[in-house]
Design a protein around this ligand. Sequence first.
Ligand code: NI
Ligand code: MN
Length: 236
Amino acid sequence: MYDIKIKWFGHAAFKIEMFGKVFLIDPWILNPVSPEKKLNQVCGDFIVVTHDHGDHVGNALEILRNCPSSKAVAIYELASYIAEELGSEQRAIGGNIGGPIDLGEGFEVVLTPALHSSGKGAPTGVLISKLGNTVYHAGDTGLTYEMKLVGELYKPLVALLPIGGHFTMGPREAAYAAHLLNPKYVIPMHYGTFPMLRGTPEEFRRYLIEFGVAAELIVLKPGEETTVRAEVPRTR
Ligand code: NI
Ligand code: MN
């Protein structure tokens, strides 16, 4: 039996523990709604950054410096920047959209298209998979039909979707994204950090029902962790 542990720090920052590896995604651990006040204890094997906006790069560089065995994963131009900042090409794995990246031990990461902007390279989402169990973090994105393709090919077990609006999907768009992705579990993010990100999980739930989405909604509080059961093997 394998569990996948998903911890939300608020905003777009998550820790995913699956099959013995720890992934930090968009690790703005010290965001305004996070209960974490220090980075001391926060490390991961892989630090995934979806795009170069400050609320997503977050504390990635400090974490990479604090945790010498951790590696960054990001789109090529952003990974190159991170490697340069750390003074080591070995510390960042640069990929590009749609290309399966082999992280070893059966772990695969695929950067997905995101409908957004960015300075260094294109904005992305990310799929993290092992043994057919896939966690999808959409990054910052508007609703895009690419999500249907992601759903069909990768059959995500869990989808982490922005619902705040203004810069990303709001609750209605995110619920439709969940309809296209058809995950088993859906977790809202990128809301409530600032007044401008006004989408709420309650609205999200309403639209999930309206669109007949079968996924189970899991609403976390910043600092809270949930566990979902991996299916081994999971057919996709
Ligand atoms: Ni952004
Ligand atoms: Mn953002």
